[in-house]
Design a protein around this ligand. Structure first.
Ligand SMILES: [Zn+2]
Length: 234
């Protein structure tokens, strides 16, 4: 084959490869959930697969030094003005009904938000991340899952009827991780949802607006560390 012919063939092959690629990306983009933020991050992922997988293998390694299956093992000072990137979120449940807010309750701190769900309802990962804990606690959370995310947050999903992920599994935002339930210390089926940074609970309502099925903004900044008084209020 002459050089010019080779160039031509190669050129056509390259061109078709490019067009198949962009066609495939277009299909992937069109299959993505209709949510703007989730779609945006999926498009970014296609271009940054390598960087992202390192981030998911060891999420938020800049602030966490441990990886155990003990909920309260991770401690440390949260950096001042720590900025949490909420883009790419997925609401864990389409339910808009809050049964019980974060804050003092029955003489102790309720460290999460109770959202009405029914037994068997799909519960989804709030962000991309890696499953740190997948355990049962009969006197508390029942079947629960904790995921650590590259944005520094950890999310906890409690009272599940079933866990459908395993410890150390990498999950994507919106991926089903369990089914709604009434296990552990729970009166009526609901999702107990917690958001934590370095083991310290933050009011999930500061980040997630379940009523409107949205996040409260693209970013949430933890100013001057975490104070329980501050985070208890919406
Ligand atoms: Zn609760």
């Amino acid at each position: 084959m002459k050089l010019s012919a080779l160039k031509k063939t190669f050129g056509i092959a390259l061109l078709s490869l490019v067009s198949i690629n962009s066609f495939a990306q277009d299909i992937i983009a069109r299959q993505a959930p209709s949510d703007r933020r989730l779609k945006d991050i999926h498009n970014v992922k296609l271009n940054n697969t390598v960087a992202l997988s390192a981030d998911l293998k060891d999420p938020a390694a800049n602030i966490y030094t441990d990886w155990t299956d003990n909920l309260r093992s991770c401690t440390g000072a949260v950096p001042a003005n720590y900025k949490i990137d909420l883009r790419g979120f997925c609401m864990p449940t389409p339910s808009r009904k809050i049964n019980s807010p974060f804050g003092p309750r029955w003489g102790r701190q309720h460290e999460g938000l109770d959202i009405k769900v029914y037994i068997g309802d799909t519960i989804r990962a709030a962000f991309d991340g890696k499953v740190r804990i997948c355990k049962y606690n009969g006197g508390g959370y029942g079947y629960y899952v904790v995921i650590r995310h590259p944005n520094g947050l950890e999310t906890l999903y409690g009272h599940l009827s079933k866990q459908i992920v395993k410890k150390d599994q990498i999950v994507r935002a919106g991926e089903p991780i369990g089914l709604g339930g009434n296990t552990g210390k729970s009166n009526g089926s609901h999702l107990h949802f917690e958001t934590r940074v370095l083991g310290q609970p933050i009011n999930p309502a500061l980040l997630f607006d379940f009523e409107n099925q949205d996040v409260t903004g693209d970013y949430f900044v933890l100013k001057d560390g975490i104070s329980k008084d501050k985070v208890a209020k919406k």
